[in-house]
Design a protein. Structure first.
Length: 326
């Protein structure tokens, strides 16, 4: 039997505690119903017997204190909320316990913004990690030694797992369930909870806002120029000249400030604008393509799919109400 410890940190997101508990206990019920032994011993674990959440709107009664769990097979770190630095500080006593369990052979997975807690242990240094797309820039600033992935739902390295944002944490849970039981059980659970199994990317959900939380004013002005001139063909040389910075130095500064090369930033700004047109207007794909400065259909479709994971027409059918009805 696998021993699963679901952490209950201060400022945890309640659903990210309830959902994994519900999933693994439901798997147990299916096994018992088939005349088999349950596969999981699931415990809610925390620093106190009762953990208040959401400004005392909820309270979770833990099954055990961390100090009472000597060894476990899987540690689940749920999503957390609030100011990340403050929340990590509130939960700093959990960090050595997570490290201890990992060193004792446990697997550890973070769900959504739980990646901030996992990264705070130092276990992710030099490894890949995923988290909610909205917080990727903040994560990079706080944990430059961790390689954050853009768009991935699941990462796995050396018994450490992480998941993308919000409900996509179900996918890392399904992945672990399949590993501990079998494919048949994972499919059954996915159908019970009406989940899309094997979803690999959160790219269709990402909204690109540009990274402007930096102090390089000429680069900010370059970003604004790109965003204000969507239909123009903007070259890197022109941008460097406009802002009086040598081309190579401009590219380095731009990448350092935004985590994108100028060319990548131009593409992402144009595709984000294209997404909004496809979501909210009756324009066809070619009209949208011209509106955002592309003239070659193949190039536009290739870049669009690379960034969103969907073709422009599939994206329109998914998010445009009129297109879906048609």
């Amino acid at each position: 039997m696998k021993h699963i410890s679901i952490l209950v940190p201060y400022d945890a997101v309640p659903a990210a505690i309830v959902d994994p508990r519900y999933m693994f206990t439901t798997a147990n019920q299916f096994l018992i119903g088939a005349g088999k032994e349950p596969a999981f011993d699931v415990k809610l674990v925390g620093l106190e017997k009762q953990i208040p959440l959401n400004n005392n709107a909820f309270a979770v009664n833990t099954d055990a204190l961390c100090s009472e769990i000597e060894k476990t097979d899987l540690v689940i770190i749920p999503a957390i909320s609030g100011d990340m630095k403050t929340t990590i500080e509130r939960n700093k006593e959990l960090l050595p316990w997570i490290v201890k369990q990992y060193n004792n052979g446990a697997e550890v997975t973070s769900l959504c913004l739980g990646a901030f807690l996992l990264a705070s242990t130092g276990l992710l240094n030099g490894k890949e990690c995923s988290t909610h797309w909205f917080s990727v820039d903040e994560f990079r600033q706080m944990f430059p030694q961790v390689s954050i992935t853009d768009g991935s739902i699941i990462t796995e390295a050396d018994r450490l797992y992480s998941s993308g944002g919000a409900s996509s944490y179900w996918n890392v849970l399904l992945n672990l369930l399949e590993k501990y039981t079998d494919r048949e059980m994972a499919i059954r659970i996915s159908k019970f909870f009406a989940l899309e199994i094997d979803r690999k990317s959160q790219s269709p959900f990402i909204m690109f806002n540009g990274q402007k939380k930096h102090e390089d004013e000429p680069i900010k002005k370059a970003q604004e120029f790109i965003e204000d001139n969507l239909t123009e063909k903007i070259s890197i040389a022109d941008l460097a000249t406009r802002f009086a910075i040598g081309r190579r130095h401009f590219i380095r500064r731009f990448k350092k400030a935004t985590n994108n090369t100028p060319a990548e930033y131009i593409q992402r700004v144009k595709i984000e604008a294209a997404k909004k047109h496809l979501e909210n207007t009756r324009k066809n794909v070619n009209e949208v393509m011209y509106d955002v400065g592309y003239t070659d259909v193949k190039t536009f479709r290739t870049v669009f799919k690379k960034i969103t994971g969907l073709s422009p027409i599939d994206y329109k059918h998914r998010y445009n109400k009129d297109a879906a009805v048609a």
